[in-house]
Design a protein around this ligand. Structure first.
Ligand SMILES: N[C@@H](CCC(=O)N[C@@H](CS)C(=O)NCC(=O)O)C(=O)O
Length: 237
């Protein structure tokens, strides 16, 4: 597709600023990864709200961009070849925006692959496992009498927190002194686990002081505080 208007999603969420990156999202732990990255890098963007209440993620227009019916997704009107580039999966979007901006990812190949490794660790482990804790502790699964599924995900989440804790020993951030997309991928999920899911006691978060310290440093960042609010109420539905 050669123009933004070629993308069917733009019929449901018309761009007001077609020259900016179009973000389709909600302030969930996966959604805010991308808005935080956009705020950190100051890349111009326009946010559109994908309402789960309205099942927007199942609409034909949304599915035309992400057949996996999940936020976040983006269209960059100025992709690497100058043509629009559409992307879903928050990890892929973080890598793309790091490459586009030249920020928040080491330039040397060794550091780059190490950062990707921790982004993958979040995508394949932290996100899916913490999400299951949410399901069995806060949402429908909490009514199940059999606590074995919940306990399994709690134990796995504790194990993952332990991996992060050991990684952070003597490091400010996951990649050391430099804040990176590995942090942007990870900390929204830890924040969600102890905040929205209210599972801090369940996973024993106090046993992970370096995790708690890095999370506090993350949420203190101005760009993070901004990104956590996107889409804002004034953004078009
Ligand atoms: N691996 C995907 C996961 C995205 C995801 O799970 N998004 C959730 C919100 S955090 C969603 O859109 N859920 C809507 C649905 O499943 O219908 C990513 O990181 O982008």
């Amino acid at each position: 597709m050669h123009a933004l208007s070629d993308f069917p999603i733009t019929r449901k969420w018309p761009p007001r600023h077609p020259d900016r990156i179009q973000l389709y999202s909600l302030p969930t732990p996966n959604g805010v990864k991308v808005s935080i990255m956009l705020e950190e890098t100051a890349l111009p963007y326009e946010a559109h709200r994908v309402s789960f209440d309205a099942q927007d993620q199942m609409s034909a227009e949304f599915l035309s961009l992400n057949p996996n019916n999940k936020i976040p997704a983006i269209i960059d009107p100025a992709g690497p070849d100058g043509r629009p580039l559409a992307l879903f999966e928050s990890g892929a979007i973080l890598v793309y925006l790091a490459d586009k901006s030249g920020r928040l990812m080491p330039r040397d190949p060794r550091g780059r692959y190490e950062t990707l490794q921790w982004v993958m660790f979040q995508m394949a482990g932290v996100g899916p496992m913490f999400g299951q804790v949410g399901y069995f502790h806060k949402f429908a699964g909490k009514a199940y009498e059999d606590k074995r599924p919940r306990d399994r995900y709690v134990a796995e989440s504790r194990r993952l927190l332990g991996v992060l804790e050991r990684r952070l020993a003597g490091r400010a951030w996951i990649m050391g002194d430099d804040y990176s997309i590995a942090d942007i991928a990870t900390w929204p999920w830890v924040r969600n686990l102890v905040g929205f899911y209210d599972a801090g006691d369940l996973v024993g978060i106090d046993d992970f002081p370096d995790v708690t310290r890095a999370l506090a440093a993350f949420v203190a960042r101005a760009a993070v505080r901004e990104g956590l609010m996107v889409p804002r109420p004034a953004d078009p539905a």
